[in-house]
Design a protein around this ligand. Sequence first.
Ligand code: PMP
Length: 457
Amino acid sequence: QYKGMSKERMMEIRKRNCSPMTMKVTYYKKPVFIHQGYMQWLWDVDGTRYLDLFAGVATVSVGHCHPKVTAAAKQQLDKLWHTTNIYVYPALHEYCEKLASYFPDPLKVIYLTNSGSEANDLAMLMARLYTGNFDIITFRGSYHGGSPQTMGLTSNAAYKYPVANGLGCTNTMCPDVFRGPWGGSHCRDSPVQTIRDCGCAPGHCMANDRYIEQLKETLVTSVPNRIAAFFGEPIQGVGGAVQYPKNFLQDAYKLIRERGGICIADEVQTGFGRTGNHFWGFEGHDVLPDMVTMAKGIGNGFPMGAVVTTPEIAASFSKGVHFNTFGGNPVACAVASSVLDTIREDGTQRNSLEVGTHLMTELAKLRDKYEIIGDVRGKGLQIGVEMVKDKASREPLPADAMNEIFEDVKDMGVLIGKGGLYGQTFRIKPPMCITRDDADFFLAVFDKSLHNYMEKR
Ligand code: PMP
């Protein structure tokens, strides 16, 4: 039973002493006061249990306070909390060797950081040093971080400020086969297809050609006709689980490399088995990036990030000193190492595939039942449900309607997320230990909340 600080006092302190951001984003009209977590469950200070389908934004990978991971952290805490990597210590080396074994050659050199923004900052720097070029391209609607440099990669106004940031970053049209101008039913790789007719000829995706033309036009603006890098998530996370035509990344990687650039996969949300069929999201696109960045799920909620690249690219980075006090911290390495073991031992990736496919299949039935669900998409447990005013217009469902459904789902005991360029997409990215029964519980709750909303509308 919770005996800590009162809710009123927390809100007072939040208003007075916490960053203005925490005030702006209370997320719910009636805020949730979380006190404890175990696997897919969270408890608030009143003892109410919530099914967590957002996992602190796709971060809790194997489960809140997973006993195996907690035990590994405790063991390391008793041995050594900290030393910087100017000394040689086992936790870092054990982890780097283990993480490298999850990548094909030549992706074998690892840098450890403390967050996704830091990992992407480092990736930007290395790409520029290696190629000698400056311009970097990302997709519209993407989120790659909030540091001054990565704010330039991030291409969603909600996370940007009118200050100089991320010079040399350009965005290209996001090849979104639901909301974008082209694409539809057979363009993307997902267990459920869109309701839009794509009009593509069998075996040839015309939408892909058109989105690639857009990328070509963006490339014309790069200086001096050369580029440092292209950053892309395998499935856009904050953007609302947006998926691209099946061959888009293959064709994009080819173009970028022709212009002297390297290709970077941001796996901060899609890595560690979340997409189900594959351990890394890029594998689902049949591409091999030159660099992969990761965070969130890597530590099951413990602050950590990483960049993996090739020895050749890493060599270009050896002229100066790269120092990071906490990157590769022994406790973080022990936790992350245990996360990799737990994913294997618990069959987490397979569970992502099975439960995620079940969820999407059933959500597609709700899409067919309700006029306000425009699209259900994703892979494994990286799922987006895009809400619309009506299917014909595909106009985003307004914020007040989104909030009403969102709050109702929470009041019935399930936490989900919101995202998308217009805040129009519900995001489902739970701890990957959720069961089919949990999925069915959410489906019943979601159905009821949509029904409640439609009755009132
Ligand atoms: N990349 C992606 C795809 C993300 O979703 C995020 C965080 N939402 C980041 C990078 C930045 O990670 P962090 O918040 O750890 O800096």
